[in-house]
Write a protein that binds this ligand. Sequence first.
Ligand code: ADP
Ligand code: ZN
Ligand code: MG
Length: 499
Amino acid sequence: MNNPAALGAYQSFIGLEVHIHLLTRTKVFCGCRSAFGDEPNTNVCPVCLGYPGVLPSLNLEAMRMSCMVAKALNCRIPEKTWFERKQYFYPDMTKNYQISQFASPLGQEGHVDMEGRGGADTLIRKKVRIRECHLEEDAGKMIHTGTVSLLDYNRAGVSLLEIVTEPDMENGEEAELFIQQLRRIVRYLGVCDGNMEEGSLRADANVSINLRGKGLGRKVEIKNLNSSRFVRLALNHEITRQTGLLEEGRTVVQETRLWNENRDQTEPMRTKENAQDYRYFPEPDLPVFSPGRAFLKSVEDALVELPQRRIGRLAAEYGLEEEQADMICEEKALADYFEAAAGAAPKTAVPRIVNWLLGDIKHIMGREGIALQHIGTIRLTPARLAALAAAEENGGVSGKNAREALEAVMREDRDPLDIIREKGWERISDPGVIAGAVRAVRDAEEAAFGEAKAAGQEGNVKRQRTLTAYLVGKVLSATGGRADPKIAGEQIAAVIEDM
Ligand code: ADP
Ligand code: ZN
Ligand code: MG
């Protein structure tokens, strides 16, 4: 670790505010389409444009998805939750206020048990407390071009869930891991696509430094972090900067800074306004929301096994290495696919399925431009993969031909066993047929056989083994890779013995 705060005298505190765009079909307080990348100002109406006299109405689906996240983050959902107006003046919000939640966030006092690898491959295990989750509307987008600024209100009113942590993290690596794990959770829940570049998951990072044991310091907020890597870099840079100030006997200014990715540093943006400036007051046009029994049940029913737990279960149930289980659980669709295939194959074929999945199959999908999340739709269905793995496992086909069959299934959308039969790739284990091939190789490779015999007589076991392997290779090529290498090896050894 290169930040002096970690070296003892100082302590660092990091709290994150993560905003996620919910995958609701429509916006949070009106019926406009909620979509990224549409023609500017096409998904707008009097409500999200803030015309006078219009009334918002709450999108229940947004509330349901929000509560799913709250539950997944071990938050308490209060009996009553309502909305406030957060007032500010800026052209990205025509009403001059944002409908948000202040006094009664829909999720309260949760936590995430983080576990995973941080920078330099150190194992991070840490509980991060979640202060709250609240639902609000996003603002429009401003595009600054030269002397004019353009406005696109398609994003105004899109459902945004804000997740606020306590300042429980201490360095950029921990914050990066938190974001990665949160991203995976919301993707598992299917409530957010987690795309940081497109802004569907955005994080603001708060960081302060103080002498160890003196509690929180004066915080700086960093914005404009559109990848989890930038979160790590910006925070570590900021910790170093603030520590430097304290070391020189200066103080940290409480302000908002921006991450400049071209210069790898944070830069001042504005001094931070505080809650009083927004003059929050209850939104008079929306009723208080009381999550009833039926609503809470629909939330429970929509929850899924979360990634961290699934990693542990897959490792235990299928005998996977922790790291393999982690890779398989990167995407829910991948884990679902794996379990479907492994469930349909003999237990002994599972390691082969894992290797193909993380090797050949990922590679082919990358080559074909199929995103991992769409693995459920590939031609190599879990059942086909299981059949192929079982065929190799019980000696029905060689490893090399099995991999070719795998490619062929992807190309031709046919059953792997049909392909193997048709191509004549079934393994030959008939000793008579193999003996024929061994005889042919013996005639062609007289010198090698002689040398192997001599090596044996000299007690040069290693040399004899190398020559035998060479000869087995010849039998394999003579049979198109189909002869059972074990039987071929035994027969060759017997021939040498008898010479
Ligand atoms: P604000 O009123 O400026 O929005 P909050 O108290 O609401 O500040 O906290 C916002 C975020 O900043 C939270 O994630 C919180 O954990 C974090 N935070 C608050 N105070 C500090 C501090 N002194 N150092 C680091 N992080 C902090
Ligand atoms: Zn609208
Ligand atoms: Mg705040």
